[in-house]
Design a protein around this ligand. Structure first.
Ligand code: ATP
Length: 900
């Protein structure tokens, strides 16, 4: 581009499309060259909007201090300073700062993980460059690029349309108007408003129907959406219902702890014989001990790790709370083609009114013969077959060719690719006919039609779902000419193909007058001549069969929703191992039912055939009304409402349109059903680990709180100083608390039914277990303390032993917490290395506080005799065994309940 002058004329809508193409020095068929694209990229910059303002790191760091606990701690620091306990003050402040630093880094790490995942979902555009059609990141688009638009595409830049076929665009992102606007290429008045510029399409809007071609006129911040400076990227908070629930719980605990501490202070002051200074310090200790400060940060890390793992396993989460929802999914509604099957289509049989033909070969290589009576057929002498193949070849948008590895491959729809391959297997070269007009395939209508000129006549070729063609066919072609359409014969042929799991496509044609230059759905009736049927195989994905089996064991129902014929659907359903696959419901039956009827039927049937996207929405609603948590897959633009409605909307990464991805909670990178089940597995694992972490951390605080509260109430020696308590909290939260995030999925996790999504986290059992372990550890330590003092141990010696006892017992308790119900020493004992690494680290930290003199000074600990290590270790082992006995009893109780 020579200068910016041309670009200053932003009235692209008021000049002809040819003029636009000229001024932007591009060409519709060739686009611009790669070299020119590079220059323009340099001149005008990337096609992206400036990112939403990132929060300043300092502010982010300071925000870590905005927390009830920190206020309590800072208050405590002030009081200790006032009491001239400056070491305590120093340690408390150090802990506050260290805590903030840890929180800051954890939050950053979680955000980075999510950022990386967001980048995996970058917007793509289909562009003509240097004469080739390529798919590229839309951020690389430049002015003058030629962009091809299809239904469901997000419009990546502002463009002047040069071609529009029934193109409708939804512009609510820009104008707030949610109905779709029909676009065309006509010149319009210079002064028309944005919403009236129907020959332009704008960045951020989306194609709701039809196709088109546009030339890019503005990119990045120069686009209309860039000008109004609407930020595309919103920063999402790392949270889910469970995390919200726990942080609220944490706040309630903090406030109650402060209140209890004050009451205990008053009690101790009046009824016990402590000095007020000592009492105040102990009460501060109590407050510090009982508040679970690290919990929310640890939970968000677990969640972020889960999201990262899912991305590694090819499931990209777009919406964090879905990680939890995934764990409670009870029904998965899946598309068939490409998700349960491989979407590698091969035509295996063809039938015309003259004969049956078998087709050799597999995949898209055109090697293989067309066989009849065990001999290769000569197409020249099989007029009906030749015409059928010509219809399949002509009424087709796919391209067949060799890829860079010299392998045959297709670009476009695999069904159409298979039909092209079939046509190429013919022993003569079929004519290449120029298409005058086309009605593209649409899963609503289930056919495609093309108008061509052939041998001086105007012919419309139609290919599509046989039942749709049977409804409109009047004649059928055979070797002798034409005769009346014999529906019964064709129905039988179709059923034969379909019941072996083949997808069936019919071919037909209609002659139209020579002056016809365009076609519409309403033209497809009268005088339609049926040609033949093709039976296409699409092998099931082996891994999807496995995954369906796993779902059944995990109490998750798999339902298949397909546009294919009912018999094809049932046959594939059976091959896939879907339960009840012998019965299926058709789209038209769904239409005839009211919502109440559908609710009952939707749970009974697992196969839904000949459906259109609006049936999906009704099915999701019906299943949800039955109380099921529903995951639903989709790819086309019309699937978006059903995905939005589903509890977990799942979009296809390869086949899916941008609009569907936008409406989804999760995107499958490989379109594979197996990936959904992997994500469910990961969802269950994450939820289990969140629960385990809570179950592990809360008793730490509970035990410390209990120990101090009980000692004040009983009037015994206060067993830990505030700095010692801070030490315990610090070392446990930076080491052992993190370990459970890496816990692998438990063996039985996919053998139990889905979690009831309404069940609160802190259910009866959880509360019991937290209190039980708190009292066990706290009470045990107190008992040991009293004994040691009675035996005349020195105060600092007792405190040192107590500190170790709490920490070491927590370490043993970590091994209990690795599984909520199962025996700790199971086959998975060595699967989580993190547990052993953090245990080692913890031991080192404990040794340092005991044997490094300056640490002794700060924390009031003393050099401990080796034999004294027996106290914490024995206590740890004791607690470990008691909790395992509790788990054993609980397993028994579970069994008894199950057998009832
Ligand atoms: P699923 O929902 O399992 O992914 P699908 O979405 O592929 O199935 P549709 O694409 O709606 O189902 O196809 C329904 C029917 O339309 C097919 O059984 C076939 O007969 C016909 N059909 C599919 N693709 C084409 C096409 N490109 N041209 C003409 N007819 C087609």
């Amino acid at each position: 581009m020579k200068n910016n002058y041309e670009l200053e004329n932003r009235n692209w809508h008021s000049i002809s499309s040819e003029e636009v193409v000229n001024r932007l020095e591009t060409s519709i068929s060739e686009g611009i060259t790669e070299k020119e694209a590079e220059n323009r990229l340099e001149q005008f910059g990337r096609n992206s909007l400036p990112e939403g303002k990132k929060e300043n790191s300092l502010i982010k760091f300071l925000k870590q201090f905005n927390d009830v606990l920190i206020f309590v701690l800072l208050g405590s620091a002030l009081i200790t300073a006032f009491l001239k306990h400056f070491i305590d003050t120093g340690v408390i402040i150090a802990v506050v700062v260290i805590n903030a630093i840890i929180g800051f880094f954890q939050e950053n790490k979680a955000e980075k993980a999510l950022e990386g995942i967001k980048n995996m979902l970058s917007l793509k555009a289909h562009v003509v460059r240097g004469g080739r059609r390529i798919e590229m990141d839309s951020s690389d688009l430049v002015i003058g690029d030629i962009v091809i638009l299809n239904p469901g595409d997000k419009i990546p830049a502002d463009m002047r349309l040069v071609k529009a076929i029934n193109l409708k665009v939804e512009e609510s992102a820009l104008t707030g108007e949610s109905t779709s606007i029909e676009k065309n290429v006509d010149i319009i008045d210079e002064n028309s408003a944005l919403g009236d510029r129907i020959n332009m399409v704008f960045s951020g809007t989306s194609v709701s129907a039809g196709t088109g071609i546009g030339v890019v006129t503005a990119t990045g911040k120069d686009t209309e959406i860039g000008k109004i400076n609407k930020m595309m990227a919103e920063v999402k908070k790392i949270t889910t219902p469970l995390i919200k629930q726990t942080s609220k719980f944490g706040e309630t605990v903090s406030i109650s702890v402060v209140v209890i501490s004050i009451l205990i202070f008053i009690f101790g002051f009046i009824f016990r014989n402590y000095g007020s200074k000592e009492l105040l310090l102990s009460v501060i200790g109590l407050a510090v001990a009982a508040i679970p400060e690290g919990l929310p940060a640890i939970l968000s890390i677990i969640l972020a790790i889960g999201v990262e793992n899912m991305a590694k396993r090819k499931a990209i989460i777009r919406n964090l709370p879905s990680v939890e929802t995934l764990g409670s999914v009870s029904v998965i509604c899946s598309d068939k083609t490409g998700t349960l099957t491989k979407n590698e289509m091969t035509v295996k049989s063809v039938v015309t009114s003259d004969s049956h033909y078998n087709i050799e070969g597999n995949g898209y290589s055109p090697r293989g013969r067309i066989i009849n009576n065990e001999k290769e057929v000569d197409i020249k002498s099989e007029k009906t077959l030749k015409n059928t193949l010509l219809c399949f070849k002509t009424c087709n948008d796919a391209h067949l060719g060799k890829d860079t590895n010299d392998e045959w491959s297709i670009k476009g729809d695999p069904t159409e690719g298979a039909l092209l391959t079939l046509a190429k297997k013919s022993n003569i070269k079929l004519d290449n006919l120029d298409r005058e007009a086309t009605i593209p395939f649409d899963s609503e209508y289930k056919y495609m039609a093309t108008l061509v000129k052939y041998n001086g006549e105007n012919i419309v070729y139609i290919k599509g779902a046989p039942d749709r063609l049977f409804d409109i066919a009047e004649k059928e072609e055979n070797k002798d000419g034409q005769r009346d359409f014999n529906r019964a014969y064709w129905e039988k042929q179709m059923k034969d193909f379909a019941s072996s799991g083949k997808r069936v496509i019919g071919a037909a044609y209609k002659k139209v007058p020579k002056d016809v230059i365009s076609i519409d759905h309403s033209d497809l009736n009268g005088e339609i001549v049926f040609l033949g049927l093709a039976g296409i195989i699409d092998p099931p994905r082996e891994e999807a069969i496995e995954a369906i089996k796993e779902c059944t064991e995990a109490g998750i129902t798999v339902k298949m929703i397909t546009g294919d014929h009912i018999e094809t659907a049932k046959a594939i359903g059976k091959q896939m191992g879907i339960t009840n696959a012998e019965m299926a419901l058709e789209g038209k039956e769904i239409e005839a039912m009211d919502d109440d009827e559908l609710k009952e039927v939707a749970v009974k049937y697992n196969i839904f055939a000949r459906t259109s996207p609006n049936h999906k929405l009704r099915l999701v609603e019906a299943l949800q009304r039955k109380g099921l948590i529903c995951a639903m897959t989709g790819d086309g633009v019309n699937d978006a409402p059903a995905l939005k409605r589903a509890d977990v909307g799942i979009a296809m990464g390869i086949k899916g349109t941008e609009v569907t991805k936008d409406a989804s909670e999760m995107v499958l990178v490989d379109d594979n059903f197996r990936t959904i089940v992997n994500a469910v597995e990961e969802g269950r694992r994450v939820y289990d680990n969140l629960k385990k972490t809570i179950l592990f951390i809360l008793p730490t605080n509970g035990a410390e709180g209990f120990l101090i509260m009980a000692s004040i109430l009983f009037g015994t020696l206060i067993p830990l100083t505030p700095v010692q308590i801070l030490w315990v909290n610090m070392v446990t939260s930076v080491t052992v608390s993190m370990a459970l995030a890496f816990e692998k999925m438990e063996k039985g996790a996919m053998k139990r039914p889905p979690r009831n999504s309404k069940e609160p986290l802190l259910n009866g059992y959880f509360i019991w277990r937290i209190i039980f372990v708190s009292v066990l550890i706290g009470g045990g330590t107190l008992f040991m303390n009293v004994n040691l003092i009675n035996r005349g141990y020195d105060l600092n010696e007792v405190r040192t032993i107590t500190l170790h006892t709490i920490v070491i017992t927590q370490m043993f308790h970590l091994y209990n917490s690795r599984t909520i119900r199962n025996f700790a020493f199971n086959r998975d004992f060595f699967t989580n290395k993190a547990v052993f690494i953090v245990s080692g680290l913890l031991v080192l930290l404990q040794l340092s506080i005991t044997y490094i003199p300056f640490m002794n000074e700060i924390f009031g600990t003393i050099y401990m005799k080796p034999s004294h290590w027996a106290f914490p270790i024995l206590m740890g082992i004791g607690v470990f065994i008691i909790i395992e006995i509790e788990k054993f009893i609980m397993r028994r109780v579970d069994k008894i309940k199950e057998n009832k």
